[in-house]
Design a protein around this ligand. Structure first.
Ligand code: SF4
Ligand code: SF4
Length: 404
């Protein structure tokens, strides 16, 4: 193991980050693989056969664990030998999974709220996010090295805005009048910016052109420091809006039209299984797959709180394998709690300063009997992957002596 130097492996995998690979901490051959759904698939919907394959590759190639992403729409596996990355990706692709564009400089997964089981939804957020995400997939102009930083998009199907538009580069929010508001320039990290309301009452067919406009403005800016939020900050919102709209108008005739976005409500009940700090064992993944098949529709949903939502048939009131969890009628994602969300931290993440998992578990013990909607977010460094900035209580280390 010690014959592998961190810097040597890093140099090899770094140029491929947008393919979903990044180096784990230390002098070893290990990398993480951040898995997202393949082209044409709802990014929030994970089928039982996919969960079984992730469990299997995690056992065979990794350390038998996986982590639910803090942003939603991805599952990571760890401690994979970097030389086996392509082999693992081939296995994932057999079941419609594809890590590409989940890491590095790329247009990341557009995260939808779970509009399929929320009675407040004005649109089908999952269909919209699939449509927008598919456009950007595998386009070299929107991957590194052409794109200077990542772009994050989320879609909330109503004004309750569960998909946290203020923390995104592009936050799309559906309105009761059939149109959309768009927020631009948000982002977490050392310099956290709240996205600003940029476009009001946008038609569905203008959403993709505006997203392409943002990506183009950003690509041409070459702003590498901290992403699109800095372009908005430095140029000002009005200037950026003008630039985005000029490109949007130009590209619109060449772009695909959105699909039918009428809400598609799936009659179901739901069981939420939280995984405080995000870790799931391979055995747990298999259990979730079994439950989804036995009681539900053969899939689970992921969102931005390291919880798994399993839609089950309407007659189900108790699940034997998950007897500690309530089966409830569908509703809004928030407010719900308590929940403790944590990033990878210093066990495996190179910049990590603290043990986010250990801290999160200690905190969650005290929260778990507290039936109030509170979210604790823990990040291992100022990059804030634990979304501490948008949590009710956010913890993030700073400085050489590690204060919080
Ligand atoms: S309440 Fe939340 S989950 Fe429901 S439609 Fe609105 S944003 Fe989506
Ligand atoms: S916040 Fe820091 S420690 Fe946590 S996953 Fe991000 S880069 Fe790693």
């Amino acid at each position: 193991m010690s014959s592998f130097k961190y810097s040597d492996v890093y140099r090899i995998v770094y140029p491929r980050r947008h393919e979903g690979i990044y180096k784990n901490r230390g002098d070893n051959p290990w990398v993480s693989i951040r898995i997202r759904q393949g082209v044409g698939r709802d990014p929030s919907k994970w089928f039982s056969n996919q969960l079984r394959v992730i469990a299997e590759v995690s056992r065979v190639y990794g350390d038998g664990r996986a982590m639910l992403g803090t942003r939603g729409g991805d599952i990571e596996i760890f401690k994979v030998d970097f030389r086996l990355f392509d082999e693992v990706v081939a296995k994932l692709k057999e079941v419609g999974l594809d890590p590409r564009d989940s890491c590095g400089n790329s247009v990341r997964n557009p995260i939808p709220c779970a509009s399929q089981f929320c009675p407040y939804a004005h649109v089908n957020a999952e269909a919209l996010s699939t449509f927008i995400g598919d456009y950007f997939r595998y386009r070299s102009e929107y991957e590194q090295p052409s794109l200077p930083h990542r772009i994050k998009i989320s879609i909330s199907a109503c004004e309750r805005a569960c998909a946290v538009p203020v923390a995104q580069d592009i936050g799309i929010v559906a309105k009761p009048n059939g149109k959309f508001d768009i927020y631009l320039g948000g982002g977490v990290g050392e310099h956290a910016f709240s996205a600003k309301l940029a476009f009001v009452d946008v038609d569905a067919e203008d959403l993709l052109p505006i997203c392409v406009g943002v990506a183009e403005v950003f690509r041409r800016s070459g702003e590498r420091r901290g992403g699109f939020k800095w372009v908005v900050k430095l140029r000002g919102l009005d200037k950026v809006k003008e630039e985005v709209m000029a490109i949007a108008r130009e590209v619109k005739p060449k772009l695909p039209k959105p699909p039918d976005l009428a809400p598609r409500f799936v009659k179901s009940r739901i069981v939420k299984v939280p995984y405080p700090t995000g870790w799931v064992t391979a055995d747990e993944l298999v259990k979730l797959a079994d439950v989804a098949e036995r009681y539900g529709f053969g899939y689970v949903l992921l969102f931005n709180n390291q919880s798994v939502y399993i839609p089950v048939h309407e007659g189900v009131s108790r699940i034997e394998e998950l007897s500690n969890y309530e089966v409830r009628d569908p509703g809004s994602m928030y407010p719900e709690g308590p929940i403790t969300v944590a990033c990878l931290g210093n066990e495996l993440c190179p910049p990590g300063l603290i043990d986010t998992t250990g801290l999160g578990r200690k905190i969650h013990v005290h929260l778990s009997n507290f039936n109030e909607p509170i979210r604790v977010g823990i990040s291992g460094c100022t990059h804030d992957c634990g979304m501490s900035w948008v949590s009710d209580i956010g913890l993030e280390p700073f400085g050489s002596k590690i204060g919080y």
